[in-house]
Design a protein around this ligand. Sequence first.
Ligand code: MN
Length: 227
Amino acid sequence: MSYAITPPSIPSLPIQGTEDLFPVRRVYCIGRNYAAHAVEMGHDPDKEPPFFFQKNPDNLDTSGSFPYPPQSEDVHHEVELAVALKSGGKNIPVDEALGHVFGYAVSLDMTRRDLQGEAKKMGRPWEIGKAFEASAPITPIVTAAECGHLSNGEIVLRVNDTVHQQGDLNQMIWKVPEMISYLSNYFELAAGDVILTGTPAGVGPVQRGDTMEAVITDLPALHVKVV
Ligand code: MN
């Protein structure tokens, strides 16, 4: 048997310090996971159950360029810690969750906010606002063996050298082990899954020509030019 068309390549991410690649299976994203960002989006930050949406594996982009997407005039940055899994399963207990983590990266959940806003208003799904081409710029993965498990440390996004987003990983409402456990009650997680863990306050628009710098303590910085 052979494929009727050429099979697409496997989306994959570099791993810092190695020649190996991390093959990506799925990309899950959590919404409103920092209280101050929930407030700025008009929501109560009390610990409601987390909610998730997905991006496509091939939306991850390590090129350093972000092509301004079509059909939007309000594209926002959201700096997020990305968690890459080396294994998975269903109904993972919180206290076993970190054992499934391969490593961490700095990412941006780029969002067509105008289209997302319309989708919210109409009760429609979010893909049109979230899951477009190159919508998830990301750094190489740093293995947990190298950086340890990240639960605190500064998370910052600068646009053209001005700080726009600033927070600390310890401000997450749902911590990394809790979100892995929660997700695994709804989906069967597996090696290759990547989770974007939500963004601190200060989201806002970018324009062509802007330079974004995303920084999380203990990880390489992410530099992305909007083109
Ligand atoms: Mn986000």
